[in-house]
Ligand binder design. Sequence first.
Ligand code: ISL
Ligand code: CA
Length: 552
Amino acid sequence: ASDTEWWKTALIYQIYPRSFKDSNGDGIGDLNGITEKLVYLNQTGVDAIWLSPIYLSPMYDFGYDITDYRKIAPEYGTMDDFKTLMTEARRLGIRVIMDLVPNHTGNESEWFQKSIRREPGYEDYYIWADGIKTEGSNDTKPPSNWVSTFRKSAWEYNSVRGQYYLHKFVIGQPDLNYRSTRVQQEMKDVQKFWLDLGVSGFRVDAINHLYESNPANFGGRYPDEPLSGNPNTNPDDYEYLNHIHTENLNETYEVVYDWRDLLDEYIELQGEYKIMMTEAYADLDSMMRYYGTSTRNGSIPFNFSFLGDITKDSDARHIKTVIDKWMTYMPSGRTANWVNGNHDQSRMANRQGVDRVDAMNMIALLLPGVAITYQGEEIGMTDGEVSWEETKDPQACNTDDPVNYWKKSRDPNRTPFHWDNSTNAGFSTGKTWLPVASNYHKVNLAEQINNTKSHYQFYKDLAAIRKMAAVKYGDVDTRALSETVLVVTRLLPGEQGVLGIVNLSDEDQYVDLTSLRLIPRVIKVRAVGANCDNVKGTLLIKNKIPVNAHCA
Ligand code: ISL
Ligand code: CA
């Protein structure tokens, strides 16, 4: 593939820098730690890494509250460290994708400080509004009933400015105002800054939140959201409301298409296509609009259906339905993508069960399009144990609930990576910012590199198979042969094909390959992986272990 096509079949590895590798013993992962491990990622077969935010930040939301989009957080390193990382990544052929957080800055940002003081040019950088007067009192109520995704009012009063500002996330994350053309330009300049440093694109944070309904259309006020009617919620909960005025507005899509145009300018400038992946948890129709229109190109909207719709109980037919849904809804000519985890969601081993980790990795890596792996999922890491006292995630802290906080906590899936059996799983020599999961003696990379039947070896095999022409460019056929057997076939005329078979049951199963009408096109069958026995058109599927085979 040329450099303008690489992204269509990329295997992207998400690094949560704070928890990947600590190089200086302060218990916090850093850029030099990542650089140290690039060889590992290259050997694994990763095409690109996406770095969760590494920018200057007070870390109320661990880097998603940015003070300066052009500076590196000192605990993660320096700009020189970043350049070293880029050079080493380029040498190994690994592309680097940055996290772009356009919806909000941190409250220590110079823009916000200037906006508080109404400095000329900065007055409308953020969403400011007067409170609502309450009768018989000098106090005001927030401008609308909007709730932060992290609970409680999304409005915070600022006494210097004498107005409320909107924060869809923590109080320290004021929402930027995209009705200001200056803000629009600032965010384009931020993108150019990083593109000029040679990064290969962006993962765009919380894109659905970019715009709110225009008060000009609602008598000068931000309109209340309608109630969702969800009986399990109270007015402090995000789910208490529907979000018709605050999510996926038409204006948001236009901005995404404009950014796509900006990125496309770099095809000529740097001879490389720059990827844009947008993050939104939304209904399928709203999601698909991010892809673009018949006249404009957009982004790759993250496909979170594996996270939300596939559970421990999903059978093969259901998994097929989930796969088909995205493929069918996706506008023609666009690129699919499969997300098996991230820093906001419980890990696969917990969500779908440790027995299904290999199966889910196989499905994601054999389907057409982009596959995104969150650090640790290649070795089947589990959620760690984080007590209330050790809890750092603001989403958990905001519950004010020492008993049920864990239901909202994202800390368990952010615990440090398990490199080996040594102290702190080889992540750090110092006290780690979050506790290391207790099972690291059993689940760690070093052990899995030495074990031919490990999650890691299986993942690495898949990453290699992914480079085959049939997986890059071939047709896909996904079939549930029964409730427990799912088959993914990738075929390209004249090329060696690939067959991935998942056994979701506890028993060995025999699969008659002749039942797959595709088989006459298969000439040679080569088994890959220790658990695959090819017996005259029948694949023996061993206990719970997904088997894969190449067939040509
Ligand atoms: O985490 C979620 C569901 O469990 C989402 O509601 C998530 O908060 C939302 O999609 C936005 O997430 C992103 O932006 C947040 C940040 O806290 C998350 O880590 C990030 O992935 C604010 O920047
Ligand atoms: Ca460190």
